[in-house]
Design a protein around this ligand. Structure first.
Ligand code: NAD
Length: 425
């Protein structure tokens, strides 16, 4: 095996500077001078900032930032920054939004900004008794939680409610305490984790059990963002298109194999805005998929119906734990600009915008699938990617992509051939 003697045990790697780490990696992977210089060009995220966001930084990973146009949400026109490496995602939102713009666009709402932190209590012989013992302490718990985060309390957030569940598991019956906390404009993971860690020893002391895990739940079902929108049948191509889309939705809601792809499409839009605003894509994705399975069957996150007037109406509801403060939101310079472009004033507004984007994305995917198929729209952009993979630069990219689309075969070997022909005149 090539380089079988290389060791990944690099003592003190985390203590090195970014430059030194790049040198160490270059030695390990035989990176050229050019490849090292590429890593060290961190673009518009300064290396020292990147170095403080995560560990062992050697560079940044640039993802295109696109703007979705035509979005009208709750009567307000907004431009939507979307960070994605996948072609057609931004275009899908623009297209869906164009087709409902004249009918008023999207209406959104939110259930609140409440997060849940869990404390796991084990080693309890009388779990029902322990549950009541914990519930009795609600006032004391409220005080302990709020003392953890005076800033949050100062801006109107903090502890809101207490829930205690008796949970039978494979090993024993556990007692799970839920702290329900309003985290306002923060996603809130750190905020509620601190509260759970502070409270855990008291829970153990009150009940005589042992506390184990203390962490938020990403199934943030007390922080649901909702969006709905009516597309007039005449604006989307007629009754047959509408009915094909409804049938596609029924397929997704009945079949987890289809639902996974259907919801992935929704997350194409959602994760792109979550990422562009410096929020945690994994937290939102985990919450979305868990919510999609809440009925004991993994189904569609969206709902599609026909209104009394015969128009197509879509709705989407999902957990949306995003913030305007905390994490990378305030630190990442591109996230700050993205938030300014969006013009949202609260985490709630951001969450609602994101839900509208998810619904728009699903509209376009369903429409394409139920009519021309996904590849037609996808191919033009995909052809550009293939052209670039074949080595096309500048104007060559569009020229080669056009040649591929016209031939009806978007393949790397044909792109290489087309590029050679183009360069040879
Ligand atoms: P944070 O702790 O950095 O910031 C939140 C704090 O900011 C609040 O506790 C409050 O004290 C203060 N604050 C100031 N102005 C505020 C306002 N207007 N509204 C609310 N709070 C305000 O961040 P966080 O939101 O608690 O945590 C988010 C980070 O945690 C993300 O980076 C996420 O990736 C990470 N994380 C996620 C998980 C998970 O999802 N499972 C687990 C651990 C950490």
């Amino acid at each position: 095996m090539k380089n079988a003697n290389r060791s990944s045990r690099i003592a003190g790697f985390h203590k090195l500077s970014v430059d030194q780490r790049v040198q160490a990696v270059a030695q390990f992977a035989q990176l050229s001078e050019e490849e090292q210089a590429h890593l060290l060009n961190t673009g518009n995220l300064p290396a020292d900032m990147a170095d403080h966001l995560i560990e062992n930084v050697v560079g940044t990973m640039n993802i295109p930032l696109g703007i979705a146009t035509n979005m009208r949400i709750d009567g307000v026109d907004r431009l939507i920054p979307m960070a994605s490496e996948e072609s057609s995602v931004v275009a899908a939102v623009c297209n869906a939004a164009r087709q409902c713009y004249d009918n008023g666009g999207f209406i959104t709402s939110m259930s609140g900004t409440l997060m849940i932190a869990q404390i796991q209590l084990v080693g309890i012989s009388d779990p029902e008794h322990a549950r009541v013992q914990i519930l009795e302490r609600k006032q004391e718990i409220e005080q302990l939680c709020n003392e953890c985060d005076p800033i949050l309390v100062g801006i109107g957030g903090g502890f809101r409610d207490l829930e205690v569940r008796v949970l039978p598991t494979a090993s024993q019956t556990m007692v799970i305490t839920h702290l329900i906390v309003d985290t306002r404009d923060a996603m809130g993971a750190n905020a509620v984790n601190t509260m759970a860690e502070t409270l855990a020893p008291r829970v153990a002391q009150w009940t005589g059990g042992q506390t184990n895990l203390r962490i938020l739940s990403n199934l943030a079902d007390r922080r649901l963002a909702r969006a709905r929108c009516v597309w007039r049948t005449q604006d989307i191509g007629g009754d047959a298109v509408r009915d094909g889309m409804i049938s596609a939705y029924h397929f997704a809601d009945a079949d987890p194999y289809r639902a996974a792809t259907h919801n992935k499409g929704i997350m194409n839009g959602i994760s792109a805005v979550v990422l562009a605003t410096g929020n945690d894509t994994r937290a939102v994705e985990a919450g979305a998929h868990a919510y999609a399975a809440r009925r004991g069957h993994y189904g569609s996150l969206t709902r599609w119906e026909v209104t009394a007037e015969g128009n197509l109406v879509g709705s989407l509801e999902l957990p949306m734990a995003v913030g305007l403060v905390g994490g990378a939101t305030k630190l990442h310079p591109t996230a700050r600009v993205a938030l300014k472009i969006l013009g949202v004033e609260s985490a709630e507004q951001l969450a609602r915008v994101i839900a509208a984007v998810g619904l728009a994305q699903n509209f376009s995917a369903l429409k394409a699938l139920a009519t021309t198929g996904i590849q037609k729209g996808h191919m033009a952009l995909h052809a550009q990617n293939i052209a670039m993979m074949a080595g096309a630069n500048g104007e060559e990219i569009d020229k080669v992509a056009r040649m591929l689309v016209q031939s009806g075969k978007v393949r790397l070997d044909l792109a290489e051939k087309a590029l050679t022909e183009l360069r040879n005149g």
